[in-house]
Design a protein around this ligand. Sequence first.
Ligand code: KG4
Ligand code: ZN
Length: 341
Amino acid sequence: MIVLGIETSCDETAVAIVTVDREVLARQVFSQLKDHQKFGGVVPEVAARAHLARLPAMVQDTVASLDIDFADLEAIAATTGPGLIGGLLVGSMLGQGLALAHGKPFYSINHLEGHILSPRLEQDIDFPYLVLLVSGGHTQFVKVNGVEDYQLLGTTIDDAVGEAFDKTAKLLGLEYPGGPEIEKLAQSGNSTAFDFPRSMKGRAGCDFSFSGLKTAVRYALEEESNIKQGFVQQNIAASFQAAVGDIVCDRLQNALEMAGEIHTVVVAGGVAANQYLRGRMEDVCKNLGLAFHAPPLELCTDNADMIAWAAVERLKAGIAPDTDVKARPRWPLNELGKKAA
Ligand code: KG4
Ligand code: ZN
């Protein structure tokens, strides 16, 4: 059984073909980074046009690379939310069009569900498990009880953690996306040089807040005496990353208490590519005797493997494809399985 997945919710155009036995037979990811970099962030219309220009040929190449035909697919899946509406429409229209033309079921996939189920594409991980989903648009602790059974334990009350990385990087004059740039700079910086705030630390629950941290970085940069110190950029990057690490570890301990019986913790989403944060989370889990899993980098950032896989999980769970497909810029995980408004 093989499924074709399409991902176009943000600035990656991606196509993949995945088997029910967790084999990724073919994958293509085109990053639009260069199209957006000059604007310092993702421009929705530029993204939609770039998806439209590249997606059809990518689908054709991916299928052709395996010497198969559309008739050999069990189902076709595309991300239909949450994300930028233009891209969602491009991907879901092509996916539905192909499904219609070849008489295949179409699975409408939630991008966040793709991220949180993706670790099961790579390893045997039993339900329930706890996921920290950290990307440019999302920061959430989710208890994954089963397919379509997701319990949101905590989220950010302001910026997403990836957004905090990106905004801090911008203040430091670094390129978009800022996460990898900050991680690189931090390696040669002193993480105790600046005492940045650990917002929410010690508070009940597992919500996050990052706007104070970003403001503190701005003040530190405006302080003339800091600029004279030298290595200020490296030190800010390292101190910022250490603050994020402390916040994540504090919130993780509370999330685990809230989740109850959990044996595995998973980190997913673009920020999960950060080796320092992975290490910090792994230490917390080790101390508590829990398994910790961080997917390989290509599964952390946006990809279509996870979209095809989410459809496989749905097929295996006997969940029927949607007949009423909607592209949804906003689509919280706890609305899955309920009728769209
Ligand atoms: O999941 P993703 O590829 O796209 C969204 O759905 O948002 O995540 C992109 C985010 C960006 O904010 C980027 O700066 C961040 O992930 N990111 C990182 C690292 N690599 C990517 N943040 C921190 N450290 C990294 N190494
Ligand atoms: Zn994502």
